[in-house]
Design a protein around this ligand. Structure first.
Ligand code: ATP
Ligand code: MG
Length: 221
């Protein structure tokens, strides 16, 4: 599902070049689950952004769902994201001006799908929010917002789910509930799952665990 070969990522900074990711080789099979831990600033979010096609690698090869990202233009990347990838962020990234179900329907609307309201409402039922369909994000609790974001990530039935500190803004009990739901859905949809987390206990719930340090991805352990 994910193949990174000698991937590097640098950005211009203060008149020089800042190396953020260096020489990363990584293979992740379809249907597997993996976590990436590591100190703040080590490059975890950057790695997810590149896999999601939101940032461009500066060197190396990257294949996601069998597609070489280097060969895609902006439209191609957008399509790949819409069809194959669901993302869950620490700070939810919901649109405050529209309701819960409209947020969940958005990726389907963009893809030109029909009956998006019904599908969005079914997904919200799946995450236990049938009674909050018409609430706006500001009218929801943190745990509820993250459940809306999870419903939105899964609504297009993506092969790959990327999560960046999905429980970083939630309290202990709510985190547990949200993570149980996320793992349940990953299994049910047989999605490939990559999660960035600071929480070692949480990381241990994935099949494979990796560690990031100064832009290098260390092997399992
Ligand atoms: N566009 C950019 N310009 C300059 N520096 C950047 C840019 N993007 C990221 N960085 C730097 O690259 C490093 C890695 O950032 P990244 O967000 O990937 O870290 P992270 O491991 O996700 O950290 P955290 O655990 O705090 O979220 C950081 O030191 C950050 O300041
Ligand atoms: Mg980060």
């Amino acid at each position: 599902m994910i193949r990174l070969n000698k991937l590097s990522y640098s950005v211009p900074h203060s008149g020089g070049t800042l190396k953020i990711l260096q020489d990363i080789n990584w293979n992740l099979d379809k249907g597997s689950t993996a976590s990436v831990t590591g100190p703040s600033g080590s490059g975890k979010t950057s790695l997810l952004s590149i896999i999601a096609g939101l940032e461009k690698a500066t060197a190396g090869d990257i294949k996601v769902a069998g597609v070489d990202l280097a060969g895609l233009n902006e439209d191609g990347l957008t399509r790949l994201r819409r069809e194959n990838i669901g993302v869950v962020f620490q700070d939810f990234h919901l649109i405050d001006a529209i309701t819960a179900w409209q947020n969940v329907a958005l990726p389907l609307d963009f893809s030109g799908k029909s009956q998006t309201q019904e599908q969005a409402q079914n997904m919200l039922a799946r995450v236990g929010l049938s009674h909050r369909l018409n609430h706006r994000p500001t009218e929801l609790s943190g745990g509820e917002r993250q459940r809306v974001a999870i419903a939105r990530a899964f609504v297009t039935k993506p092969n790959l789910i990327l999560a960046d500190e999905p429980t970083g803004n939630l309290d202990g009990e709510t985190s547990q509930m949200v993570m149980d739901l996320l793992f349940e859905m990953v299994l049910e949809w047989q999605a490939t799952f990559v999660m960035v987390t600071h929480d070692k206990e949480l990381a241990a719930r994935t099949q494979r665990t990796f560690h990031m340090q100064d832009g290098h991805l260390d092997g399992e352990g």
